[in-house]
Design a protein around this ligand. Structure first.
Ligand SMILES: [Zn+2]
Length: 216
C-alpha cells in the first residue's frame, strides 16, 4: 500500500510520463500474451499440431516457404487486433494531464486506437498494421488496409497482400525472429521523435505495464 501511495505521489509531481508496455498490457482487453509455449498453443492450437512455438512461427522464412501459413498467423492476429477495444486502463493513462510518450514492444497499435498520439510512440518491434515487401525490393512501408480471409480449419490464408512495387508477397512490418529483412525506417523515425522528447523532459516518471516476467 505504501508503495502505491509513493507511486501515486511521484506521478502527481511529474511533468512527463514514459509508458513502457509489453504483451501483458493487452490481456485485460482480451488479447493473448503468448506467455510460454502452452500459452501460445492455447491461442493457436494449430501451431501445437505443427509443433511450432511462437518463435518458430514468427519467422520471416514462412513467407517464402509457406505463405498461406504465414498469412494465416499474421492475418488472424491482424483481425483480432482490429476488432479489439482497448481496456479502461488505456483511458486512465490517456487522461493523465502530463506530457506522455509510449514505448512498446506490442505490434497491435492499441495505444493509437485508445487515442494516444501517433507522434509520441515507439513501436520497437514494428506494427502489424503496416506492410513491407518480403524481399524487400525497396524500403517502402505502407498501411495495411486489406482484409485477409482465413480458412480457420486448415489455418490457411485465402488471400494475402502484395508488394505495391514489385508484386511479390508482402509481409507485416514487424521484427520477427531471425529477421534480416525488417525495414527499420518507421521505427527509426519514432526513435528520433522519442530522443527529441527525452531531451526536453525534466520531471520524468516511468510507468511499466505488462512488460516484465514478474509483477512487483
Ligand atoms: Zn517488392
Amino acid at each position: 500500500m505504501e508503495n502505491i501511495k509513493k507511486a501515486a505521489e511521484a506521478i502527481k509531481k511529474s511533468s512527463h510520463i514514459l509508458i513502457t508496455a509489453g504483451a501483458g498490457m493487452g490481456v485485460d482487453s482480451g488479447l493473448p500474451d503468448f506467455r510460454g509455449k502452452e500459452g501460445f498453443w492455447r491461442a493457436y492450437p494449430i501451431a501445437k499440431n505443427l509443433g511450432l512455438s511462437f518463435e518458430a512461427l514468427a519467422n520471416p522464412k514462412w513467407f517464402d516457404i509457406n505463405p498461406k501459413l504465414a498469412w494465416a498467423f499474421y492475418g488472424h492476429r491482424l483481425k483480432m487486433y482490429r476488432e479489439t477495444t482497448p481496456h479502461e486502463g488505456f483511458n486512465i493513462l490517456l487522461n493523465l494531464p502530463q506530457d506522455k510518450f509510449v514505448f512498446t514492444s506490442n505490434v497491435d497499435s492499441q495505444f493509437q486506437k485508445a487515442g494516444f498520439s501517433e507522434l509520441k510512440i515507439v513501436e520497437i518491434h514494428g506494427s502489424i498494421h503496416y506492410l513491407q515487401c518480403t524481399k524487400p525490393c525497396s524500403s517502402e512501408i505502407w498501411e495495411n488496409n486489406e482484409n485477409i480471409e482465413i480458412d480457420e480449419e486448415k489455418f490457411e490464408a485465402l488471400n494475402f497482400p502484395k508488394c505495391k512495387n514489385c508484386g511479390i508477397i508482402a509481409r507485416p512490418n514487424i521484427l520477427m525472429f531471425g529477421d534480416f529483412r525488417f525495414i527499420e525506417k518507421r521505427v527509426n523515425l519514432q526513435i528520433a521523435r522519442f530522443e527529441y522528447w527525452l531531451q526536453r523532459v525534466d520531471n520524468l516518471v516511468i510507468i511499466e505495464i505488462g512488460a516484465g516476467s514478474e509483477c512487483v
